[in-house]
Design a protein around this ligand. Structure first.
Ligand SMILES: CCCCCCCCCCCCCCCCCC(=O)SCCNC(=O)CCNC(=O)[C@H](O)C(C)(C)COP(=O)(O)OP(=O)(O)OC[C@H]1O[C@@H](n2cnc3c(N)ncnc32)[C@H](O)[C@@H]1OP(=O)(O)O
Ligand SMILES: Cc1cc2nc3c(=O)[nH]c(=O)nc-3n(C[C@H](O)[C@H](O)[C@H](O)COP(=O)(O)OP(=O)(O)OC[C@H]3O[C@@H](n4cnc5c(N)ncnc54)[C@H](O)[C@@H]3O)c2cc1C
Length: 679
């Protein structure tokens, strides 16, 4: 079914002809307007046309060390090009106003360009994603002026060193100490144990020469908890480790093998007092400690990254579903009807069930990521005015959204990889490394179970408030509405209103059940902590249900308000319905228990799901085409625009170093003597 030399695969041509909506309209919608699409495409062209980013030998065939060296070369070239970018866009980044550092970084690094150039991680990413935002968020005006300009101009390269060998989640338990010495006005950093060694920070191994180090602050004989310090790790000229710094790379990982995650130990390393980031808490010259209104402000960078991760997950998933959907349109297999031609695998219902809900997830993530990004900016400016009221709500929403977006992305990438059969197992398909990137996000920036429990903590508090009749903040207002889930059941309808209500009824029901079970345990004599731990499976489930309800509502709300042509509107609504019905059926026990759904309604829902798959099937390729992902970003023989899957797979196989010679020397060294010995 492949067309002659270089032409687009006929199946894909037909799919594109059958698409019922204007794919460009959807592209513009997703980019935020036509001008933004043009800007993105210009940026992509500017980077992707550069031969310096092309790999002669695919990275996977290089040694660990070579992979690192190539990625440093590419990362440096990438950021140099950013600085030199035409149309003055980078000029604005030379000395950015502090308050917009985060926005600008997102604007610069957002999207998928980075992963096209560096498929398995960028050793400079942490400099932009965490070092700079920490300087902006935690530094005083003077510290910002000095450090941010040095960091923006890449005079120094930084990372964020918080996690230790012994502790990642429980950051109050970190062991690195920073003890203030008023006689010299310095902090002395020390790693008292092996488990105190920093472990994991990206770029720490051999790339960064500075780090924000999170350590327990001691002054005047007292520990004041964890605080951020700027520490020089390596000489700016020679790059040799500074005295007292023990540093290296932690080794090969499941994925992200070019992010150069490192370890770091301190042996009585002295830094000036001014290197403690003092926007929030301060240590005066004489060692007096001055506390900020909330010790959680120190956690600001983590919150920022959790917010941007949601957007990042939507990008990775859009890439994976584009690859798998185009491949499924090109791939023919088996006989659906005796004697009939082999159908496109996309025509199998089970294949549609793997692909279409995963495509819908991209939209769900994008819309909720946009929403949380706006909330983040609003709350952040309130914080700057000293108003901390909405910080707990932002923390609660960002924790559960980060957890769901990353775990959904990881499972969807794996589902669509499996949907590509054997070819999905090839590294060249780019699906394994995409999985490596997204599954890492389930752990970094807060392990997902831990984050869901943070949201649960907030839900338990608000549940008590709901019970005492208090008005709740918007994201939990439903707890007031559905606090009594044993209300008489109303008739189930297959409508989005009924579905949204059901998701919230389930969330409220699960919050209530967890709260009641915890109370019962506490009344039975358990300590609150034990009661919490015993109930934590239900707490995580409550948090998940809360977040799913929120995502479903935002999805349906966004598509209903979007001003687009009718054909596109229809597709977006089908996507939103599919997302909702898919998750509803996946958790039908919860809905039967807590919502208006009765067993007799389940058949109708299953039918609804199947009808949606039928309606969306002809637009599957059109929808992923609208993501408008450049072939060099997809970097997959299975997913290229032209659908020349088999030719491209064969071309990729020719890049294996083993194919450079007809007989490998191992034949003469091992096989031949072995075979002879069996004669
Ligand atoms: C730059 C943009 C570019 C865009 C392009 C795309 C790029 C995307 C990014 C991709 C690249 C990423 C590279 C990888 C980066 C990984 C970096 C890391 O992992 S770094 C390492 C990341 N490491 C982690 O993430 C570690 C995870 N662990 C933690 O964050 C904490 O230990 C904890 C939150 C679990 C507990 O903390 P603990 O102090 O024990 O707290 P308790 O439980 O005792 O609760 C006490 C009270 O505090 C409250 N509260 C808590 N937090 C916050 C908050 N943030 N705020 C407000 N409140 C908060 C809580 O609600 C409670 O309130 P209440 O009920 O009393 O009223
Ligand atoms: C690719 C990657 C990049 C990273 N980059 C950085 C970086 O740049 N800088 C940095 O500082 N760190 C970084 N990290 C570290 C990362 O932030 C931590 O790994 C993460 O916060 C999880 O902590 P942990 O490894 O200690 O897991 P643990 O907390 O030990 O988790 C192990 C298990 O214990 C469970 N658990 C732990 N606490 C609780 C609890 N309270 N209740 C219930 N269950 C619990 C978890 O759910 C999990 O199942 C990175 C990690 C990875 C994988």
């Amino acid at each position: 079914m492949v067309s002659e030399n270089g032409a687009v695969n006929e199946d894909l041509v037909k799919e594109r002809q059958n698409c019922s909506f204007n794919t460009l309209e959807l592209t513009h919608l997703l980019d935020g307007g036509e001008a933004k699409t043009l800007e993105r495409k210009e940026r992509e062209e500017y980077f992707l046309s550069d031969p310096a980013f092309k790999d002669e030998v695919p990275m996977e065939y290089l040694s660990h060390q070579e992979q690192y060296e190539h990625s440093v070369r590419k990362a440096c070239h990438m950021f140099r090009k950013l600085q030199e970018m035409p149309h003055g866009s980078m000029d604005n980044f030379r000395e950015p106003p502090v308050e917009s550092v985060a926005q600008r970084i997102k604007q610069l690094l957002g999207g998928m360009l980075g992963s096209a150039i560096l498929k398995d991680g960028n050793p400079l990413a942490l400099h932009y994603v965490m070092f700079l935002p920490t300087l902006a968020g935690q530094g005083t005006v003077e510290q910002q002026a000095y450090w941010i300009s040095r960091a923006w101009n890449l005079e120094i390269v930084g990372t964020y060193a918080q996690t230790e060998l012994g502790h990642g989640t429980f950051i109050r338990g970190l062991e690195t100490t920073a003890t203030y010495d008023p006689s010299t006005q310095e902090f002395v950093l020390n790693s008292p144990t092996l488990t105190a060694y920093k472990w994991w920070p990206g770029g720490l191994g051999h790339t960064a020469n500075y780090a924000v180090v999170v350590a327990q602050l001691y002054t005047q004989g007292k520990c004041h908890g964890i605080h951020p310090f700027i520490v020089q790790l390596r000489d700016e000229e020679t790059h040799m480790p500074m005295p007292g710094i023990i540093i290296g790379e932690i080794g090969a990982k499941l994925g992200m093998n070019t992010t150069n995650n490192g370890y770091l130990g301190f042996k009585q390393v002295r830094i000036p007092r001014e290197n403690m980031l003092m926007k929030n808490n301060k240590v005066l010259e004489d060692g007096t400690y001055v506390k900020s209104p909330s010790d959680k402000l120190t956690y600001g960078t983590m919150m920022f990254v959790r917010v941007v991760i949601c957007q990042d997950m939507a990008s990775y998933l859009s890439k994976a579903v584009t690859i798998a959907t185009r491949y499924s349109a090109v791939r023919h297999q088996s006989e659906m009807k005796p004697g009939a031609p082999e159908p496109q695998v996309l025509d199998y219902r089970t294949q549609q069930y793997k692909l279409l809900p995963s495509i819908a997830s991209v939209f769900a993530m994008k819309f909720s990521a946009n929403w949380i990004w706006e909330m983040y900016n609003v709350v952040n400016s309130e914080l700057d005015q000293g108003d901390l009221e909405r910080l707990p709500e932002l923390h609660a929403v960002s924790c559960c959204l980060k957890a769901l977006c990353t775990s959904d992305a990881a499972s969807a990438v794996e589902i669509v990889r499996l949907a590509c059969g054997g070819h999905g197992y090839m590294k060249s398909s780019n699906l394994p490394s995409t999985y490596g990137l997204v599954t890492a996000a389930c752990t970094y920036e807060g392990e997902n179970t831990v984050l869901l429990l943070q949201t649960a903590r907030y839900l338990m508090k608000t549940w008590q408030q709901a019970r005492s009749g208090q008005t709740l903040t918007p994201s939990v207002a439903y707890l007031n509405l559905y606090s009594d889930w044993r209300q008489p059941r109303t008739v189930w309808e297959n409508t989005t209103d009924c579905v949204i209500k059901a998701f919230y009824q389930v969330a409220a029901g699960k919050v209530k059940a967890a709260a009641e079970h915890m109370e019962r345990r506490a009344k039975g004599g358990m300590t609150p902590e034990d009661a919490w731990n015993e109930t934590s499976i239900e707490l995580v489930a409550a948090s998940t249900a809360h977040c799913r309800a929120f995502i479903v509502e935002k999805f349906i709300e966004t598509v209903s308000k979007t001003d687009v042509s009718r054909p596109l509107q229809a597709v977006l609504c089908q996507m939103a319905e599919l997302y909702a019905v898919y998750w509803l059926l996946n958790n039908k026990g919860d809905f039967l228990m807590f919502s208006n759904l009765s067993p007799a309604d389940v058949d109708g829902l299953q039918l609804w799901l199947e009808q949606l798959l039928t309606k969306l099937r002809p637009n599957a390729v059109g929808i992923v085409d609208s993501f408008d992902i450049h072939d060099d970003i997809l970097a997959s023989p299975l997913g290229a625009w032209d659908g020349r899957v088999y030719e491209r797979l064969f071309e990729e196989s020719q890049k294996s170093p083993l194919n450079k010679e007809p007989v490998n020397k191992s034949f003469h060294e091992y096989m031949k003597p072995f075979l002879r010995s069996n004669l």
